[in-house]
Design a binder for this molecule. Structure first.
Ligand SMILES: Nc1ncnc2c1ncn2[C@@H]1O[C@H](COP(=O)(O)OP(=O)(O)OP(=O)(O)O)[C@@H](O)[C@H]1O
Ligand SMILES: [Mg+2]
Length: 263
């Protein structure tokens, strides 16, 4: 099922995009990227796809914390040369998917030298061939790390809420991404929407700005409703699709994942 287009590439060359890699980005922080990345990985797994979740937020890695995992291996050890990237995966049994955790404990990986960062990206692109899908949880904003890991993604999912600052920052992310690659497949996820209709309106606002100022029309990947079950699931470190599979947010993410797998 893997759908890939790139071969191994030298560290200094940007790899081609792989359609099976989904990068989850946002302009503003705290909009639900990590929660969404985890639940999307789970949803893809439930749809029968072998999935890897990569914690690409090198400054403030927290996929493992939201999942309540204490990984024996993490990206810190990959950077230190103790394990290979392929050897650094941790199985997440409740979700049935693999994760690559960021550095646990103290010490951020935010300032890796460019050569190490490129190597990591290329290794991840290679690894994506052994999976049906790879989901990358990116840090907020558009720094070098974010650009590096969104580079090989076939689809970038840009998360926003209905707050004006979040919409403005999502627009800035879309603008810079289109400037870097006019053919990029960028799609919008509206999270914490009061209703589906309100979520659609938020998307329309963003779309109108993209059309007017960029001449671009990013698709809507989906609307995820605000749901108190999300907070409960994060607090109890139990996956939403296990704890509350019929909740609004769970249904919205399942439907979104289904649409993603058909193109
Ligand atoms: N659909 C939702 N309904 C209700 N609450 C939500 C929803 N999505 C996310 N949240 C809340 O938003 C909080 C922040 O989510 P999360 O940590 O995933 O954001 P983030 O974008 O990864 O943040 P950062 O930019 O710091 O990495 C969560 O703790 C959760 O309580
Ligand atoms: Mg996060």
């Amino acid at each position: 099922m893997s759908d890939f287009t790139s071969m191994a590439v030298p560290a200094n060359v940007t790899p081609l995009r792989q359609r099976n890699i989904f990068a989850v980005a946002s302009g503003k922080g705290g909009v639900g990227k990590t929660f969404f990345s985890i639940t999307l990985s789970h949803a893809l797994t439930k749809l029968g796809r072998k999935t890897l979740l990569f914690d690409g937020d090198l400054g403030l890695a927290n996929v493992d914390i939201q999942l309540g995992l204490m990984p024996k291996r993490d990206l810190g050890q990959v950077i230190d040369g103790v394990v290979t990237l392929a050897g650094s995966t941790t199985r997440y049994p409740e979700g049935g998917f693999d994760i690559i955790a960021g550095r646990s404990g103290s010490g951020s990986l935010a300032n890796l030298p460019p050569a190490k960062l490129s190597q990591l990206r290329n290794d991840l692109t290679d690894m994506a061939r052994s999976y049906d899908n790879v989901v990358i949880d990116l840090g907020a904003g558009v720094d070098r790390n974010v650009r590096t890991f969104s580079g090989p993604a076939g689809v970038s999912l840009v998360v926003t809420t209905d707050e004006p600052t979040s919409i403005t920052d999502a627009y800035a992310f879309l603008k810079l991404s289109y400037q870097a690659n006019p053919l990029a497949d960028l799609r919008v996820v509206v999270n914490m929407a009061q209703t589906r209709n309100e979520g659609n309106k938020t998307y329309e606002t963003l779309l109108a700005a993209c059309r007017k100022f960029l001449g671009k029309s990013p698709q809507l990947a989906g609307v995820i409703r605000r749901d108190m079950k999300v907070r409960e699931s994060i607090k109890t470190q139990t996956p939403l699709l296990v704890r509350s599979p019929t909740s609004d947010a769970a249904q919205d993410i399942m439907a979104l994942a289904q649409r993603l797998t058909v193109g």
